[in-house]
Design a protein around this ligand. Structure first.
Ligand code: NZQ
Ligand code: ZN
Length: 387
């Protein structure tokens, strides 16, 4: 196991009827900017519950944060905070609203070109941020308990990440009933994203981290167990609670401590969203299994362990078992109704591949993955396999 330091300061408030707690979670006297998305919270009653809890606060609303939050939209919120001297942000939404809020929080006090926070990855160097909390409405990204964010820029078809210790939410309210209004497409996305987050931190190579491996396997097993129940009946409270808690645990920093992590699936996947607007989770279902296939020898030991412990694969040679584990992964995504081939979404393979390779080269990303083995040639092979 590698050395590590771990701190996660986000306070979680989990369970039934917890949105009312916002009245005490937000600092008394705060001038609040409430951020949200395209309006789902107005249809499912979450907006009314939040507003009731905020009745003693001065609240300014900022709506319209898109899925894959847009830099230009977020900069309007930054201006609003600057003009009105607001001092707390409450994000009510999924990963996009929460990520967007992290960027707003970072940009308000930044003096230069705020795109630099993303393109130059300045998150860790920033010294001031507007404090914020969240009410999660879509379990998927873990953004409610981590310090990262991913922001898009339509003009240039870019999608860039940033993060740093100032960008943990002060608190997050996790109320499982919010999933009841999620369309099946978003439920499937949420489960697939959380599943892949665990894989990025687990499906690497053995590092003698027995507990982290079992945490990771436990999260994946729980997701596999509850997925059909959640998809069938999002009102199933037990399934909803376990899904929500698993998605948070999948990317709140815990399972990555002391172990190698990969993240190349996400790096390639983000480009597919930037270029073709494919839902984030679906890009992972396209790329992940093909990355494991391309790096078969390097990941074989972990594939065998994953196959045995998660899918009960015990028959055959190590190669056969590792192969079955990859096939089961694809079958799991498909069981959620997710198409797993790039050609299911776009026919522009050659230009897509060329653009991704060019961008990775410009950014100096020539050695991605847990061992730096995802070179440009490997990225090209993974995309070819994904078609
Ligand atoms: O905008 P509204 O009207 O609220 O509708 C949203 C949106 O259209 C809807 N929705 C959310 N909660 C709902 C609901 N509809 C009905 N009932 C509810 N309770 O769902 C749609 C998708 O929402 P979005 O926030 O975009 O989804 P998700 O949570 O999957 O977030 C995806 C974004 O997070 C980034 C992704 O790249 C993408 O931009 N990620 C962030 C990460 C992080 N911060 O750690 C890690 C991830 O790997 C990921 O990259
Ligand atoms: Zn993800």
């Amino acid at each position: 196991m590698n050395n590590f330091e771990f701190r996660n300061p986000t306070k979680l408030v989990f369970g039934k009827d917890q949105i009312a707690q916002l009245s005490t979670l937000i600092p008394a006297g705060a001038k609040v900017l409430m951020t949200y998305g395209g309006g789902s919270i107005k249809k499912n009653g979450i907006y009314d519950e939040v507003m009731a809890a905020l009745k003693d606060f001065e609240v300014t609303e900022f709506s319209g944060i898109e899925a894959n939050p847009q830099f230009s939209t977020l900069m309007k919120a930054v201006e609003l905070i600057r003009e009105q001297s607001l001092d707390f942000i409450l994000a009510v939404g999924g990963g996009s609203v929460i990520d967007g809020t992290k960027f707003i929080s970072a940009a308000v006090h930044y003096q230069g070109d705020t795109w630099d926070i993303l393109s130059k990855n300045l998150g860790k160097q920033l010294e001031e941020a507007v404090p914020f909390g969240t009410v999660l409405t879509l379990p998927a990204t873990g953004s409610e308990m981590n310090s990262g964010a991913v922001i898009s820029r339509a003009e240039t078809q870019e999608k860039r990440a940033f993060g740093g210790p100032l960008f943990f939410p002060q608190f997050s309210v996790l109320e499982p009933k919010v999933i009841q209004s999620l369309p099946k497409r978003q439920l499937a996305n949420g489960i697939a994203d959380a599943f892949t987050h665990v894989m990025e931190q687990y499906l690497t190579y053995p590092a003698g981290a027995l507990l982290q491996d079992r945490f990771a396997e436990g999260i994946i097993q729980t997701l596999v167990e509850v997925a059909p129940k959640v998809m069938e009946d999002p009102k199933d409270e037990e399934a909803a609670s376990n899904y929500m808690w698993s998605a948070t645990m999948a990317l709140n920093g815990l399972i990555q401590q002391g172990v190698p992590t990969d993240w190349a699936t996400h790096m390639i996947g983000h480009e597919l969203t930037a270029l073709h607007g494919i839902d984030h989770a679906r890009t992972l279902a396209i790329i992940g299994p093909n990355l494991y296939q391309e790096l078969f020898e390097l990941k074989k030991d972990k594939l065998v362990q994953y196959g045995e412990r998660v899918w009960g694969i015990t028959e055959g040679t190590a190669e056969e078992r590792a192969q079955q584990a990859i096939d089961q992964t694809t079958a799991f995504y498909q069981s959620l109704g997710i198409d797993t081939k790039l050609s299911d979404y776009t026919q522009e393979y050659a230009s897509t591949k060329a653009t991704i390779l060019e961008r990775f080269q410009e950014r100096g990303w020539s050695k991605l993955g847990d061992r730096g083995s995802v070179t440009p040639a490997v990225v090209a092979n993974i995309i070819d396999r994904s078609i």
